[in-house]
Ligand binder design. Structure first.
Ligand SMILES: *Cc1c(COP(=O)(O)O)cnc(C)c1O
Length: 367
């Protein structure tokens, strides 16, 4: 926490705005719109998953439609496809950004069109805060006229060509879950490029109530609006967002320095000068053939023995039992990353003592 969050919560109590609407909700939305710029319109929602669900509805996804989705991601990117009775089709990553592979994506699009099932949307993810190949993916979206839902849940504070992540898709999504770069305890946002689209998201998130004195509903709605209390936390967190990004980037540099002299280990890095990552998490890849039998699982267990938690990378969706019947396009890039990678402790609140302990545990393992 940054320190001012409780002031906004106190304001909510003083004004008796204990509801999924109020000054903090409007204020938090305005703060995000100013931060993102580029004519964005923001709807604050109860979670990032809710934002993806409403985003797919706004893009016209219906029962039995196919939706292309990056396989290397957290399951929340794909679950809302299934909520709608639509069908996920998973696509592999490319090795630079670890995100959606443009070649595999184009192959998938052509193949599904040839099968008479033109995909309704593309879900592209900025995983671990690293921007996906925005130029290539946007070009394919335009070429085949398929909208992009940009899952920027992990990438608030990242940018590509100087433009903030979350502003590239036909619809963008943010998450403020407890583990993200800033948090509202639970929460998310839908980012639209028009006021009417944003207002439609708010309407759907508040039970799709028509404009009438009584309760009148022409459509099925959802209870997905953000609470005014949570939004108060968000207002305080926006003040420290840039600080959190700087701290996470410093953590990435800390690990780069540690692993500079360790053979066969590469630390996640920006793939070119156009991309700026918030380094939500710093991740490493350990080559299988670096001798001495060192591998990601060995390091994970060694760290755990020193009471330091690290985690494997996201297990690709096409390897998940819940999605075992889904189509998959691509090779083994994401599967290989999953086998060899590890997420290292990356919190904005790592202390110097924490860093000393981590450094010692890693050095011991590799020497
Ligand atoms: C966290 C996350 C989500 C979901 O956000 P919630 O607010 O937890 O529902 C979606 N996609 C990715 C990539 C995420 O990391």
């Amino acid at each position: 926490m940054g320190g001012t969050e409780q002031d906004y919560i106190k304001e909510a109590f003083n004004g008796n705005w204990i509801a999924p609407l109020g000054p903090n909700v409007s204020g938090f939305e305005a703060d995000i719109e100013i931060y993102l710029g580029n004519n964005t319109y923001v709807a604050a929602l109860s979670s990032g998953t809710a934002a993806i669900h409403l985003g797919l509805i706004l893009l016209g996804v219906k029962r039995d439609d196919e939706v292309l989705c990056q396989s290397f991601t957290f399951s929340a990117s794909a679950n809302p496809i299934v909520y709608l009775g639509a069908i996920p089709v998973f696509v592999d990553s490319e090795p630079d950004s670890w995100n959606l592979c443009p070649n595999a994506l184009e192959h998938a699009i052509k193949s599904r069109i040839a099968a008479g099932k033109k995909p309704k949307a593309i879900i592209a993810v900025h995983l671990y805060g690293m921007p996906y190949k925005v130029r290539e993916i946007t070009q394919l979206s335009i070429k085949y006229n398929i909208p992009v839902l940009e899952d920027s849940a992990e990438a608030l504070g990242s940018s590509y060509n100087g433009r903030p992540c979350g502003t590239f898709g036909d619809i963008g999504v943010l998450s403020f879950n407890g583990n993200k770069i800033i948090t509202t305890s639970a929460g998310g946002a839908l980012i639209a490029n028009s006021k009417s689209l944003r207002d439609k998201a708010v309407y759907l998130s508040t039970q799709a109530r028509d404009d009438a004195p009584h309760y009148q509903h022409s459509e099925i709605g959802y209870n997905y609006r953000m609470s005014n209390i949570c939004a108060g936390i968000g207002r305080g967190q926006m003040i420290v967002l840039e600080k959190h990004v700087a701290l996470r980037r410093a953590v990435n540099t800390f690990y780069k320095d540690i692993f500079r002299n360790v053979n066969g280990v590469s630390v996640s890095a920006e793939f070119d000068s156009t991309c700026h990552s918030n380094f939500w998490l710093t991740t490493i890849i350990i080559e299988g053939n670096n001798g001495g039998g060192k591998d990601a699982e060995g390091l994970r267990v060694a760290l755990l023995n020193d009471n330091i938690e690290s985690r494997p990378l996201w297990k690709p969706m096409h390897l998940q039992p819940a999605f075992k019947d889904c189509l998959y396009y691509g090779g083994s890039v994401s599967e290989d990353l999953f086998k060899r990678g590890l997420c290292l402790p990356s919190g904005s609140n790592l202390t110097d003592d924490d860093k000393k302990r981590i450094y010692a545990a890693i050095s011991t393992y590799f020497n």
